[in-house]
Write a protein of this length. Structure first.
Lengths: 135, 338
């Protein structure tokens, strides 16, 4: 990539920091240049998040229908899977699978709920009501 | 604050951390490309039977932690690396080293990194940064991808140091202790060793998934993705490929440009014309990777989507594989002993 061809398409990272790119100058010698971002990769990130949003919406619907506990919603929202959640909380995978059932989730102790809430960066009330705002 | 440490932005987190830490212990000659090349950072691997964030597991670089280790080893610098089972012990050790005036490298997960934009927060645990002081109860952080230094509370730092999931850092910290003066001869040897190892990694790792063979394998796989996964999912897979290739921390073109820069710097130590010509080859494949990314974006944005388009995408990778194969073969023919 040549120095004067470095894309400067402002993306979400570009608002916080520019990134260093290795480029060649007129004589072909390597140097660095700062970039604000590149649409091609911003789009790659966007489609990935679109997909996550779809999954979150589907999870929300399931919770509202009573087919799953709010845990599923937060699981998707935090881009986790049961394995990652298990290592963050210290619960076994089979326990988390149980907690995904609404009836069992309702009976969870405050201590267990607090653990989930901390991992998801929300309060226990938000965890139960599924009403968390983006942070 | 540690006086001899200075934050400096870099393209790739681990190479940047390596450079910045080495400078803090008085080794001034090692630039980011040199660290990357001596550490044999360039790689390619695609593991089709593994999933990462619901997408293909693809990497353009070597295993995390290995660049720092190899670069220091080749220079004869002692590396101390520690993992912890308890956060308290991890913080105690960090505070102790900071009090001794040592800047400390940490492997962290990016998911809970407070200064990262939300869009970049995935469960990716192989990010590197340096802690080099404490101010008003907060740790002073040098994250090589950021333009300026940042701050984290002890709780925030503990959280990212003890991120969970694949490649969990387990509070891992590392630092280097300088013992000898780094001469040009030592650097020359480190360059030679780095290149040799990289030739092995790219040409001779057995199996179809790694190195230049891995690139060709991925190219052939991509041609089948449309039928196998459906257009939507194939698009998501390509998006993941592009993110691994171009995202922050790569210097662009899947690290190929950094490698090109490394070969030019190697020329300063080994005046061998072929190094300059081979540097151009990596610039060329870096450009090709980016052209392929544009093609991929056409697919995941929905502008393209026929089998023909997937074929073209796959062909880019086959072409890249061929060029890089030749380039590494040519590299292996250079006699560095003089």
């Amino acid at each position: 990539m040549k120095k004067n061809e470095v894309p400067q398409d402002l993306g979400s990272l570009g608002k916080i920091t520019k990134e260093v790119c290795y480029v060649t100058d007129e004589s072909g010698k390597y140097t660095t240049e700062l970039s604000n971002g590149w649409d091609v990769k911003t789009n790659a990130l966007d489609v990935t998040w679109d997909d996550i949003e779809h999954k979150v919406a589907a999870a929300k619907e399931k919770v509202l229908k009573g087919e799953a506990s709010p845990l599923l919603y937060f699981l998707e929202k935090n881009v986790m899977n049961i394995g990652i959640l298990s290592s963050y909380t210290g619960f076994f995978k089979w326990q988390i699978k149980r907690h995904l059932k609404p009836a069992i989730f309702k009976k969870l102790s405050p201590k267990k709920l607090a653990k989930y809430a901390e991992v998801f960066n929300v309060s226990v009330d938000e965890l139960k009501s599924m009403e968390a705002n983006d942070k | 604050m540690i006086n001899n440490f200075h934050h400096e932005q870099a393209a790739h987190c681990e190479s940047g951390v390596t450079r910045n830490l080495l400078k803090s212990i008085g080794v001034q000659q090692i630039t980011e490309p040199l660290a990357f090349g001596m550490g044999s950072g360039l790689f390619f691997v695609y593991l089709p039977f593994l999933k990462f964030n619901n997408g293909p597991a693809i990497a353009f670089r070597n295993m995390p932690g290995i660049i720092f280790k190899r670069t220091c080893h080749s220079l004869g610098i002692k590396v101390i690396r520690k993992k912890f089972s308890s956060p308290e012990a991890a913080q105690y050790m960090l505070d102790k080293k900071l009090n001794e005036g040592v800047a400390v490298g940490c492997q962290v997960g990016v998911y809970y990194l407070p200064y990262f934009p939300k869009e970049y927060r995935f469960h990716f645990n192989a990010h590197n940064l340096v802690v080099f002081g404490k101010k008003d109860g907060k740790y002073v952080i040098s994250d090589p991808i950021m333009e300026h230094e940042t701050y984290m509370t002890p709780y925030e730092l503990e959280r990212v140091r003890f991120a969970k999931g694949p490649l969990a850092p387990k509070g891992q910290l590392y630092f280097a202790e300088q013992k000898n003066v780094i001469t040009d001869d030592i650097i020359k040897q480190a360059i030679r060793k780095g290149i040799r190892r990289n030739i092995f990694d790219m040409l001779r790792v057995p199996g179809p998934f790694a190195g230049v063979n891995g690139i060709a394998f991925t190219g052939r796989s991509i041609k089948k993705w449309c039928d196998k996964l459906g257009l939507h999912k194939a698009g998501l897979y390509l998006a993941q490929l592009v993110r691994m290739q171009e995202e922050i921390g790569t210097g662009g073109g899947g690290f190929r440009y950094i490698y090109g820069a490394f070969l030019q710097e190697a020329f300063n130590y080994y005046p061998e014309e072929r190094l300059m010509r081979l540097s151009e080859q990596f610039t060329k494949t870096g450009d090709l990777w980016r052209t392929a990314a544009v093609q991929a974006s056409g697919i995941y944005k929905g502008r393209l989507g026929s089998q023909e388009d997937f074929n073209e995408m796959g062909d880019y990778l086959l072409e890249i594989s061929a060029i890089e194969k030749q380039a590494f073969k040519d590299l292996s023919k250079i006699n560095f002993s003089s």
